[in-house]
Design a protein around this ligand. Structure first.
Ligand code: SF4
Length: 355
């Protein structure tokens, strides 16, 4: 097997924020008998700060309180992550009704409607909220608009837990969901002069800009978020894919079908010029025959996919190709989020049984 030699090199068309001191790409390793394959590895890729924090919350809760720790909904949309936490004693459920008294429960990174913590409090459950702070920011902003009498248009995908959570911050009827340009053209609002918009954090940057442009043309007084709702991690991962896609003959996005940000990365790769973009969950699911003849392969991972899955895919590629890895870095990230106070504080008492 020809081991990959990760390297870091900005492409000629990299955005200006690419690190200037990136080392040159690795020299292709010659393995007799195996066809050469250059893997253009996206940077940044994989875990974002919100996912990292959510997983740490479950791990820390397991350490502090022991198993089981219940988690409402998949903590992040990735089977590997969920199964790893299950092996440590986490129990994933879809509803609070399934959480017994006396055990801690964690709310997922996607956020929850207000009714969920309210119900946990009514039942005196000990809960930890792993909602990403960047999702919470959208919640607070929606509340601020509502308090000022504005109707809110939420741009997002119906049924995604983040959208359910954001809409659930406000009374029924206060938020109207718009999923695409078509809906932006036809949406009816109670008062166009009192309107604001918010977005899901993991949308396509380009699609969202198009939807916002249509809404702005129709509702010029519409208030915008103070700071972009689409998060830094989504934006950076899409930018890296855009930088690679025109150079790649095929593109693999490691992620889960339920993961919104991963699905968007596939779409971004296709639109940026790589017609053969697809999602793969694990190395074992990779159809190497389909890559026959490919010389340059784009590779990234969604924000909920750990780096170990990237390494696994690279190792599998090495069974069929003489792989050279060229890392295409468009931004560096140093965002971290604190754990909730209940975990940060030493000596948090174990949850008491429901009274
Ligand atoms: S993708 Fe963005 S909003 Fe979602 S968890 Fe990661 S940092 Fe937070």
């Amino acid at each position: 097997m020809n081991a990959p030699a990760p390297s870091s090199a900005a492409p000629p068309d990299a955005p200006p924020d690419a690190p200037p001191d990136a080392p040159p790409a690795a020299t292709p390793a010659a393995t007799p008998g195996l066809p050469p394959l250059t893997v253009l590895l996206a940077g940044p890729r994989g875990f974002c700060a919100g996912v990292d924090r959510a997983i740490k919350i479950v791990e820390e809760a397991l350490k502090r309180f022991g198993a089981p720790v219940y988690v409402r909904h998949e903590i992040v949309h990735n089977r590997f992550v969920v199964e790893t936490l299950e092996a440590k004693g986490a129990v994933f459920v879809e509803d609070l009704d399934q959480v017994p008294a006396g055990v801690p429960v964690v709310f997922s990174a996607h956020g929850v409607p207000k009714a969920v913590p309210a119900e946990a409090e009514r039942r005196k459950l000990f809960y930890l909220d792993a909602t990403c702070p960047l999702v919470s920011k959208v919640h607070r902003e929606a509340e601020r608009h509502f308090a000022r009498g504005r109707h809110i248009i939420l741009i997002g995908h119906a049924g995604h837990p983040e959208v359910v959570g954001t809409m659930g911050q406000l009374p029924r009827g206060a938020v109207t969901l718009v999923e695409d340009v078509e809906q932006a053209r036809s949406v009816a609002v109670p008062d166009p002069a009192n309107l604001a918009f918010a977005t899901q954090t993991t949308l396509s940057v380009d699609d969202t800009a198009e939807i916002v442009a249509v809404l702005r043309a129709r509702f010029p007084a519409m208030e915008a978020p103070r700071k972009e709702d689409i998060c830094y991690a989504t934006t950076n991962r899409q930018a890296a894919v855009k930088a690679i896609a025109p150079r790649a003959e095929a593109f693999l996005v490691i992620g889960a079908p339920k993961s919104s940000n991963s699905r968007r990365l596939v779409e971004v790769a296709e639109r940026a010029g790589c017609a053969r973009a697809e999602m793969v969950q694990r190395a074992a699911a990779l159809d190497l025959d389909r890559l026959a003849g490919v010389r340059r392969l784009g590779l990234t991972a969604g924000a909920s996919a750990p780096e170990v899955l990237v390494e696994e895919v690279l190792a599998r590629l090495c069974t069929r190709f003489a792989v050279t890895v060229e890392e295409v870095v468009v931004a560096t990230e140093d965002v971290t989020f604190k754990l909730p106070a209940a975990l940060a504080a030493a000596g948090t008492p174990a949850p008491a049984a429901e009274g």
